[in-house]
Write a protein that binds this ligand. Structure first.
Ligand code: HEC
Ligand code: HEC
Length: 277
């Protein structure tokens, strides 16, 4: 009898211990699961903020825009940068600090574009509200999480919007596709809305729907200050020399170096495409 009680006691104790262990393990798993969910949400938010604020200069898939901003789409590459510039802290702190404060001068020669026309211009604007930017500390953290995890969590949202660049010289029919891709790749879509181009939702400059018609009206207007005599010339001038005529109610904020950033062929494709909008 005593032996039976002892055996029962041992069994009960073992079962009890197993239950405690099982609950404990699950608790850990639940915690890890919750952490992952929170991180995933923050990354998603970071992707949205990036899409709204950064792709003009860094590209729609953070692949970089020649002359405007470097690629940010690889953790390995960013870690290399941290070493290259001699930043003593973590990658996360490098990202948070760079995004918060922007850059007054570039650490590379190829991104001094803004300085050429305005010596006081920042090559990358500050984003934190304390430094005059539009974002709060939590926003900046979320963007940093997004960039750090770029490869593990490919930003579906951004991918949908990316337009593939066709290889080889364009035929008649794919000029529109090529032009749409250029419009995004060169950063136009970050500042201009154009309904025929997915992802072109910027609001820094005027919407470009109906531009062919409007271009003709602009040059006929007494307030026009540029040299163009046809709608086509107006669009070309708007891209190459944005200050020749500044659209009323808008700042003279369009980059002045598209002449260097676009080849003759790319410029022609964009002008012909915009003429038909
Ligand atoms: C007006 C153009 C512009 C905009 C808009 C812009 N950046 Fe930049 N950014 C730059 C340039 C130019 C550099 C490179 C500076 C240098 O070479 O030192 C840079 C550098 C960076 C770097 C450091 C990368 C490196 O290689 O050292 C990070 C991170 C970054 N930007 C993130 C962002 C984020 C996030 C946003 C949006 C919130 C943003 N940028 C918006 C122009 C821009
Ligand atoms: C950093 C923001 C920014 C980028 C990038 C940008 N633009 Fe602009 N754009 C503006 C602003 C602001 C205006 C209005 C002020 C002015 O006329 O210069 C403008 C004006 C224009 C106009 C004249 C529109 C009208 O209603 O008369 C055209 C055309 C134009 N942009 C085309 C482009 C093209 C094409 C690209 C890409 C190659 C581009 N923009 C890139 C900000 C931008």
């Amino acid at each position: 009898m005593i032996r039976l009680q002892l055996a029962l006691g041992i069994i009960i104790t073992i079962v009890g211990l197993l239950i405690v262990a099982w609950v404990g393990v699950n608790e850990d798993a639940n915690l890890a699961q919750r952490d992952r969910e929170i991180l995933a949400r923050r990354i998603e938010r970071g992707a949205e903020l990036f899409e709204r604020n950064c792709y003009t200069c860094h590209g729609i898939n953070a692949q970089g825009v020649p002359g405007l901003g470097p690629a940010l789409n690889s953790r390995e590459m960013l870690e290399e940068r941290v070493k290259e510039v001699g930043w003593p802290g973590s990658l996360h702190s490098y990202l948070v600090r760079t995004i918060s404060g922007g850059r007054l001068v570039s650490t590379r020669p190829e991104y001094q574009g803004a300085k050429a026309s305005d010596p006081n211009a920042m090559v990358m604007p500050p984003w934190l509200e304390d430094y005059g930017g539009p974002l709060r500390p939590a926003d900046i953290e979320d963007i940093a999480y997004f960039l750090e995890n770029f490869e593990e969590f490919p930003p579906e949202l951004l991918e949908q919007m990316a337009t593939p660049t066709p290889a080889g010289p364009p035929g008649e029919e794919d000029v529109a596709a090529r032009a749409s891709a250029l419009f995004i790749e060169k950063g136009c879509g970050g500042c201009h809305t154009l309904s025929s181009v997915p992802g072109a939702t910027g609001a820094v400059g005027p919407a470009l729907d109906g531009l062919g018609q409007r271009a003709a009206e602009r040059i006929a207007d007494a307030a026009y200050t540029g040299q163009a005599t046809t709608a086509e010339e107006y669009i070309r001038e708007s891209i190459l020399d944005p200050s020749a005529f500044v659209v009323p109610d808008y700042p003279d904020a369009m980059p002045k170096n598209f002449g260097d950033l676009l080849s003759e062929e790319e410029l022609d494709i964009l002008v012909q495409f915009l003429l038909q909008q």
